[in-house]
Design a protein around this ligand. Structure first.
Ligand code: NAD
Length: 287
């Protein structure tokens, strides 16, 4: 393997340590610690794992955290009423409603009901709009976590060609805005893109967020490129793999993120950063 590994697990541990010491300072000054409420509707097994990881991370850094588990048949009206209650609670800085939601609930309505200053996922139209305007406040966790990883390479991103594969609202699109803000030239590819390999071959930075195991092939990768693998795919044997053919791609790339242990832990660490920021905003009286 020639690529250097961008160790998301280690970077996330550094972030958690920094936040833990900031929370210790708050406690020492007699101030309130940040509070996150995670809402899970139904029993989606992947969501249960994500929620468990997020709560564990909150506990490690000393946040107040609550998990609210609602039955799968919860109505949209009842979920919105719960969000209204959480919006009004002064001890709650962040509200995270784990997606996906059951079919009877409109995810957009839920996202938009959360107060923008408590939207620690960074999905509210207000927060996305701030990112569009290059004045971000709470930024979507996965793309922001990727930017933190890219910073760790020490490589100047200005003017680099970046290709994102995937255009979802939670990864691809905000990733485009982050990389553009970092002054990369960004191409977003998706399922209707013509001749994808030729576009990927032009990239200094490749972000794969497709959801297809081992999708990105070694011969699509420019030698030395940075390959950020956002994908989390569970194989039939129960193991996890990313959206890149990691072993082969690592022979060509300059940097690569592993799966697991790459972008996943960074998403959770960024959620903690956002919750701390939301608490600071609330303490300062905004929101
Ligand atoms: P999504 O299904 O919403 O979007 C997938 C995107 O891939 C779509 O825009 C689609 O157009 C594109 N696509 C599908 N097939 C394609 C093809 N053949 N060629 C080009 N583009 C194609 O998925 P998502 O929510 O953005 O998640 C993507 C992956 O990232 C999943 O594996 C998901 O589990 C993972 N994920 C990981 C994290 C993390 O923290 N690491 C966070 C969110 C999502």
């Amino acid at each position: 393997m020639s690529a250097q590994v961008l160790d998301g697990k280690a970077i996330a541990a550094d972030i958690r340590e920094r936040i833990r010491s900031q929370v210790d300072d708050l406690r020492a000054k007699g101030r309130r610690v940040p509070g996150l409420v995670v809402v899970l509707v139904g029993q989606n097994p992947a969501s249960q794992v994500y929620v468990r990881n997020k709560r564990k991370a909150c506990e490690q850094v000393g946040f107040h955290s609550e998990l609210m588990v609602l039955p799968a048949e919860t109505s949209q009206q009842d979920l919105l009423a719960l969000i209204d209650e959480l919006n009004a609670r002064a001890d709650v800085d962040g509200i995270l409603v784990q997606l996906p939601l059951p079919g009877q609930i409109d995810e957009d309505a839920v996202t938009e009901r959360i107060l923008a200053t408590k939207d620690v996922d960074g999905f509210h139209p207000y927060n996305i709009g701030r990112l569009v305007l290059r004045r971000p406040v709470l930024r979507p966790c996965t793309p922001k976590g990727v930017m933190t990883m890219l910073a760790r390479t020490g490589i100047d991103l200005v003017g680099k060609d970046a290709v994102i594969i995937g255009q979802s609202n939670i990864v691809g699109r905000p990733m485009f805005l982050e990389l553009l803000m970092a002054r990369c030239t960004v191409t977003v590819c998706h399922s209707k893109t013509k001749d994808l390999p030729s576009k990927v071959r032009c990239a200094d930075i490749i972000v794969a967020a497709v959801g297809v195991p081992r999708f990105v092939q070694a011969d699509w990768v420019k030698p030395g490129a940075i390959v950020i693998d956002v994908g989390i795919n569970r194989l039939d044997d129960g193991t996890l793999c990313g959206d890149a053919d990691t072993a082969a791609v690592a022979e060509v790339a300059g940097w690569i993120t592993p799966v697991p242990g790459g972008v996943g832990p960074m998403t959770v660490a960024t959620l903690l950063e956002n919750t701390l920021l939301a608490a600071e905003l609330h303490a300062a009286g905004s929101g």
